[in-house]
Design a protein around this ligand. Structure first.
Ligand code: 5GP
Length: 188
């Protein structure tokens, strides 16, 4: 396998991380990258799952050390992709799969031109809003409006990515994702 990198991109709440978890269960050839963030942990999260949670000072030190192959401010917090995890996965002959925002996906594409990107769209902005509220335990997160504004903006650039899929029905959409994964793993 030649340095495969599959990027699930799209607004937060579109379902990227659920697809990613499912793909990791189904394909042992895949390896996830655990990115770093300065945002607060949500209930049910812990360090290393789904992020390494670090403070801003530490994050900025790591950027100085070129620890991140890509980093960006997303919804007012910093997020970054540790480059060593990508190379470690490839060294173990695994394909990398990750979930990232639009800016990050574009940066990774410029650094790793072989990356394959799948843009996941929600069926509508209203449905996305409801999903984000459900994910926050039924309460509107304080940054809900910001997330929705960012989502609308991100969706206008969906056409820039290799594939665009609407997550209206999870299983149906996952079937499409599986086809793309299997092609890039050389399984079909
Ligand atoms: P959340 O805070 O809801 O978990 O994630 C917010 C957004 O940040 C999601 O769209 C997620 O895909 C994206 N994200 C996670 N890690 C990174 C990263 O390292 N870089 C970039 N650019 N975006 C990231």
């Amino acid at each position: 396998m030649k340095n495969v990198i599959i990027i699930l991109v799209g607004p937060s709440g579109a379902g990227k991380s659920s697809f990613l978890d499912r793909a990791l269960e189904d394909y042992p050839q895949l390896r996830d990258v655990i990115t770093c963030t300065t945002r607060q942990m949500r209930p049910g999260e812990k360090d290393g799952d789904p992020y390494f949670f670090i403070n801003k000072k530490r994050f900025l030190e790591l950027t100085q050390q070129d620890y991140f192959v890509e980093w960006a401010e997303v919804h007012g917090h910093l997020y970054g992709v540790p480059e060593n995890q990508i190379h470690e996965a490839w060294r173990q002959n695994k394909a990398v799969i990750m979930d990232i925002d639009v800016q990050g996906a574009r940066t990774l594409k410029s650094k790793f031109p072989q990356s394959l990107s799948i843009f996941i769209l929600p069926p509508s902005i209203e449905e996305l809003r409801q999903r984000v509220i459900r994910r926050s335990g039924g309460q509107s997160p304080t940054d809900l409006d910001l997330r929705m504004q960012n989502a609308e903006r991100e969706m206008t650039s969906a056409y820039r990515f290799n594939h665009q899929l609407v997550n209206k029905d999870f299983e149906r959409c996952y079937k499409e994702i599986k086809k793309i994964i299997e092609e890039s793993l050389g399984l079909v």
